[in-house]
Design a protein around this ligand. Structure first.
Ligand SMILES: NC(=O)c1ccc[n+]([C@@H]2O[C@H](COP(=O)([O-])OP(=O)(O)OC[C@H]3O[C@@H](n4cnc5c(N)ncnc54)[C@H](O)[C@@H]3O)[C@@H](O)[C@H]2O)c1
Length: 341
């Protein structure tokens, strides 16, 4: 298939592009490149792509494309809270516009990167399935719910939107992020000897490896239409339904000499949910996630050591909020996160 991959220079897109290519798809990218230089280790071989803002896409960007995988976004809860209106502009309005252009151009499938954050403070009691009430607690999660709603209205016999609600990602990507929980805790452990949990550690935070997300999207691309048409899927596996304290224990085991420090304060982030991932396995028989949290912690510790992660990179280069603040402070992007000429 000819696949347009938005966000191909992001954390997940950088891992997904080669997985799609290996499956035989012809990939082109589209990204404004906000984090293109946030590399740990050698630069990846990106697919051919256009450096363009999602808000400026035109019919030309989707002409001749069979499927769109839409990852580009201001992509986590703290970023969304920084500038809610901007989050709605980019994540909601521009995404729906892209989907409309795609549908008008005859694109048949549109895989949308949603998030389990849409479940908000569901708690750890029942496993949360896709039909559970959505309780977004941040502008980021709210923007994802709005896109799902609007894309649902666009679904028809020729246009198949699919809502991939990813658990929180972890694992190595050449374009690393240190602001997601496992990646963050492994970095802290290596750099300071402490696995620092700034909460009481009780919130549930289902995790999924970036490579498993890439495999899930690749499978959803060619799954029979009736299995995925206009449906939401949680992406992850029950074995990685873990509390933050359990994640910290796995990190301490992966980084010898480090110790867990749980500050015990009420965390700023009220999200907590345990998720049922069975619907996607049923829709795409044979699919399952391969990575556990323990394997991911070991992988990250090796990569951080091997590529010489520094404290400055950890706190600045790989923390999206810090990168955007620095770009804004230096005047390279304007208030709307567009590059200045
Ligand atoms: N990483 C996770 O834990 C996770 C979990 C659930 C869902 N998701 C979703 O998956 C997608 C990818 O996440 P990620 O972790 O790779 O995020 P990321 O921040 O690493 O990458 C997002 C990419 O989008 C691009 N982008 C941002 N604004 C843009 C704009 N206006 N125009 C064009 N490009 C723009 C950025 O340059 C970046 O390359 C996002 O939609 C995110 O919400 C991620």
């Amino acid at each position: 298939m000819r696949v347009l991959l938005t966000g191909h220079q992001g954390y997940l897109g950088t891992v997904m592009a080669p997985v799609l290519a290996a499956a035989g798809h012809e990939v082109t990218g589209l990204d404004s490149g906000l984090f293109a230089d946030c590399l740990l280790g050698p630069a990846p071989a990106d697919p051919p792509g256009r450096r363009v803002d999602l808000r400026d896409v035109t019919a030309e960007d989707v002409a001749g494309v069979d499927a769109v995988i839409h990852l580009a976004a201001l992509s986590n809860d703290p970023l969304g809270s920084l500038a809610p209106e901007l989050t709605y502009d980019i994540n909601h309005h521009a995404s729906v516009r892209l989907a409309r252009l795609a549908r008008d151009a005859g694109v048949r499938r549109f895989l949308y990167a949603s998030t389990c954050s849409v479940y908000g403070a569901a708690g750890g009691g029942e496993l949360v399935g896709e039909d559970a009430p959505l309780r977004p607690v941040t502008p980021y999660a709210e923007s994802k719910v709005r896109v799902e709603d609007d894309l649902h209205e666009l679904a028809d016999g020729d246009f198949t939107p699919v809502f991939m609600r990813n658990a929180t990602a972890f694992g190595f990507s050449p374009r690393l992020r240190a602001d997601i929980v496992l990646n963050n805790l492994v970095g802290h452990a290596l750099l300071s000897g402490e696995v620092l949990v700034v909460s009481d550690g009780t919130p549930w935070r289902p995790l999924v490896h970036a490579a498993d997300i890439a495999r899930a999207f690749t499978a959803a691309l060619t799954a029979p239409r009736e299995a995925v048409h206009d449906r939401a899927f949680n992406v992850g596996s029950e074995v990685n339904n873990v509390t933050v304290a359990e994640i910290a224990d796995q990190v301490a085991a992966a980084v010898p000499g480090s110790k867990v420090v749980i500050t015990g304060e009420t965390g700023a982030d009220p999200r907590s949910y345990r998720v049922d991932f069975s619907r996607f396995r049923a829709a795409v028989p044979g699919f399952d996630c391969e990575w556990t949290v323990k394997q991911g912690a070991l992988e990250l510790a090796d990569a951080y050591r091997g590529f010489g992660l520094t404290r400055e990179d950890f706190e600045q280069r790989f923390t999206r909020l810090a990168v955007l603040r620095a770009a804004s402070g230096a005047g390279t992007v304007d208030d709307t996160l567009r590059w200045r000429p």
